[in-house]
Every structure is written in C-alpha cells, then in structure tokens.
Design a protein around this ligand. Sequence first.
Ligand SMILES: [Zn+2]
Length: 86
Amino acid sequence: MEIREPRQVETVVGFVCDVCQHACSKQADGLHGTECGTLRADWGFFSSNDMTSEECHLCEACFAKVKNFILSLGGAVRCWERSWHS
Ligand SMILES: [Zn+2]
C-alpha cells in the first residue's frame, strides 16, 4: 500500500535575464511564452572545474550580444528550426 501526502513542489514559471535582469517572458493576444537563451557548461574529470556546472539565462537581446561575441572569436553557434511539437 502506498502512503501518500500532499507536497508543495516548486516549478519554474519563468526566467529573468542574468545580464540585464529583464523578464524573459512575453505576453500578447492571450498567449504567454518564455523567450530565453541558456549558456551552460558541465565540467568533468579532465577540467580544472571538475564536477561543477555553470548556467546563465539570457534574454533575446543579451543572447544576441553573446552570440555575436562568439562569432567575433571565429566560433559558431549552432542554429536549427524546431517543430511545434518538439
Ligand atoms: Zn538581457
């Protein structure tokens, strides 16, 4: 027999840009969406940051600045179209 009790669970309901502090949520015509970029690293055994993770959430404008910086270094930011169901 399962023993159950109600629990309060925290859920992510939105994001704030870690650079400019603007909300990454947008609302228009009864639609609500989160437009947020994520810069993330998971460091492993061969890294000097072994077993740490780093993460930064970015609004669309700040993500574009970071993306342009990466491109200015000769790097690439992969881009692909997603379907509505993924
Ligand atoms: Zn921002």
